[in-house]
Design a protein around this ligand. Structure first.
Ligand SMILES: [Zn+2]
Length: 383
């Protein structure tokens, strides 16, 4: 439940008791000795703080504030502190002949991230840029809903409160602003951008899908005199990591798209050592790829990726950071097209020639994932 570091605990005791930190350190050492080294330094620090009457419970813990990983659909009247990670935009709609507005942002704390949905007058905060990435918000009296596409969501209602950058907020992780993936057409992407692309896999490269890595540090191993060598850990018996190269087409252009590690595992449905073993058994390095190719070709995928320039070919390609398959294609296209419009307006690029209709023109025949499944998986992993 607690996860304060030894240094944080010492700091807290120093602040509350106004004594020198060397005294506290000595007390912690004595406590470890007294307990015959059966307690960690952190554990001993907790005991010392407790004995000195210093409470390590944070304000949030005392007052019933939730953490993201404690949110469950159906919870009402919850309170939470969040860091704004990313603004997802706003939308106007009509319900019962009344115009309403809805806006979303992603909030994070030290346990996870979730979507926050706000309505009507509060949407102005997003539109005016009053609420922006890296701000901290205190939300009270909100409720939790399940969203099949994005997991649990916090919804604010009229009685809810949203306080911007409250002084009593606990420490929260910094927003990773670089994780802002812009929905784009392939024909519009540029080098080094972080983009989200929705397209169809039209080619799977016939290349060995696994490579040898150090089981200790994950670095790629070099083969020296028939031994696998890690630059840091020396000769190692290798673990295997996955790589999968594909070409994705969104109707505006195609782009080489490369999946590593967990992302490749997700697509291939096995891990690196399984791929290695199966390929050994089959006596064919590309056995796994050949086996999976039919299934992958023509399937729709959403990838969040960094755009890099391939040193050899000079062409742009995508290095995938996270991916989504088996989504509801109609819904995804709708979201995508809405966001594209916003991005187009924001980006002044002249897109008069491209129409949204061109998305998926090439792929009217194979839409099996559209109807068979609505599973939505999101992976924020970074390779
Ligand atoms: Zn190593």
């Amino acid at each position: 439940m607690f996860n304060m570091s030894v240094e944080d605990i010492i700091k807290k005791i120093v602040e509350e008791k106004n004594i020198d930190d060397s005294i506290i350190r000595e007390k912690i050492r004595q406590k470890i000795n007294a307990l015959s080294n059966l307690v960690s330094e952190q554990g001993a620090a907790y005991i010392v703080a407790n004995e000195m009457g210093v409470s390590l419970t944070t304000e949030a813990q005392k007052s019933g504030f939730f953490k993201v990983n404690e949110l469950k659909p159906g919870l009402r009247n919850i309170s939470i502190f969040l860091r704004v990670q990313r603004i997802l935009g706003t939308r106007e709609f009509e319900k019962n002949n009344q115009k309403s507005k809805v806006g979303n942002f992603i909030g994070i704390d030290d346990t996870g991230s979730c979507r926050v949905v706000i309505w009507d007058h509060r949407v102005k905060m997003l539109e005016d840029g009053e609420l922006k990435p890296n701000d901290v918000v205190k939300i009270t009296n909100a409720y939790v809903k399940d969203n099949p596409f994005s997991g649990v969501e916090i919804h604010l209602r009229n009685q809810s409160l949203l306080v911007l950058n409250p002084p009593e907020a606990p420490e929260l992780p910094e927003a990773q602003l670089s994780q802002n993936f812009l929905k784009k057409r392939i024909s519009d992407i540029k080098e080094n951008e972080l983009v989200e692309v929705l397209g169809t896999i039209v080619k799977v490269e016939q290349r060995k899908p696994f490579f040898e890595v150090c089981p200790e540090c994950g670095k790629r191993l070099k083969n020296e005199n028939n031994q696998w060598v890690c630059p840091v850990h020396g000769v190692k018996s290798p673990a295997y990591n996955l790589v999968l190269s594909t070409v994705i087409d969104d109707g505006t252009a195609t782009i080489r798209t490369v999946f590593f590690g967990r992302n490749a595992e997700k697509i291939l449905g096995l891990n690196g050592s399984e791929a290695f073993i199966k390929s050994e058994q089959a006596g064919d390095d590309v056995f796994i790829i050949k086996n999976k190719e039919h299934e992958l070709l023509g399937s729709q995928i959403i990838v969040q990726a960094r755009v890099i320039k391939n040193d050899f070919s000079g062409n742009l390609e995508l290095r995938v950071r996270s991916l989504t398959t088996n989504f509801d294609l109609n819904q995804a296209l709708k979201d995508f097209v809405e966001n594209l419009k916003e991005n187009d307006l924001n980006s002044e690029t002249n897109l008069n020639n491209s129409t949204n209709d061109s998305l998926f023109n090439n792929n009217s025949t194979n839409n099996s994932s559209e109807s068979s499944s609505t599973t939505f998986t999101v992976d924020e992993e970074i390779i």
